[in-house]
Ligand binder design. Sequence first.
Ligand SMILES: *Cc1c(COP(=O)(O)O)cnc(C)c1O
Length: 408
Amino acid sequence: MIMNSFDSALPDEKGYFGEYGGSFIPPQLQEIMDEITKAYLEIRKDPEFVKELGELYQYYVGRPSPIFHAKNLSAKYGADIYLKREDLNHTGAHKINHTLGEALLAKKMGKKKLIAETGAGQHGVALATAAALVGLECEIHMGEVDIAKEYPNVVRMKILGANIVPATHGRKTLKEAVDSAFQAYLADPHSQLFAIGSVVGPHPFPMMVRDFQSIVGNEAKEQFQALRGELPENIIACVGGGSNALGIFSAFLEDQEVALYGVEPAGRDIETIGEHAATMSKGTPGVMHGFKSYMLQDEKGEPEEVYSVASGLDYPAVGPQHSYLKDIKRVNYVTANDAEAIDAFFELSRLEGIIPAIESSHALAYALKFAQKEGKGSTILVNLSGRGDKDIDFVVENYGEQYGIPKV
Ligand SMILES: *Cc1c(COP(=O)(O)O)cnc(C)c1O
């Protein structure tokens, strides 16, 4: 069985990747984060925990997820394109890899409840799933506007037994959901674990979520070697908070011959604030949501408005390890815009019979551009972070006619 990596050199003791990361939170919360760090550092060495998580990956999630050689795409675009099929996981994306880890940790720490915010509901569904399995209560905070927009995910969470708390103030979307979840957490931090949904937030979450996701790259490395007898020349993943990208990159960071590409959403217009979420391409270092990283911020350090057609990618910051990997130039951060992502969504659907998540379509869109230019004739491994079932109504409503699906 292929396992997670639980022994990386970074971050340092205080949670820093170079100058990024750390923990910028009130003292009362720092105490709780220290407790989580201590529990996690012990548990990740516990053979029983490692075995339990490994078995859940295998028998519950359906790991290892295969690598698929997309021959039709490869023939059309001129490079050998392979897909790491995280879309085939139970619940349809990579997020289950870390929510299971967080749920097991919470259980071992004696917590009763998992609490989190969710935007489009993907993290909420993955967390509610893990909570149901492990036997914990689950409370998901969600903006009232998002509840209306993402109703199928709200229903899923309710069926799974989660309690949905609407955030009714301000713009009633993700930011307000974060405030609301945070308040509820601070009211009783001892019986609850705040389960962050990506490699973001204060230490230890960027480290912990990365470790739980590292299974993706560890599998991919063995699988690719078995298929081709060598490592891929290029690996491409989309970057929202950055968890699926770090999941697949982690196993290859030391392999300098493997080029790594993180794809940020250029949205409708990368030159206009509020029309994209290209944090590393257009942002600057700062502190937000308890950690230091590149972010899209105004003069006061407040988060800028962000936008992407993929609701899982529109975050104004990025995991601190990505900022570090950008500065040391180990990963190239590039972009794909809305139109390119939608094009890639239909290309994969129609050439390979795989409907990808719009988030994952950004990684694929860059892979297709790259294959036709500098990547001609090379091998490319794309992390297909999730499936597109959640996106089909939106895509057909907004882009159907352009792709030969007239409105009825
Ligand atoms: C949430 C999500 C993402 C973005 O999150 P990361 O932490 O950047 O991986 C990407 N793809 C899918 C399918 C998602 O659900």
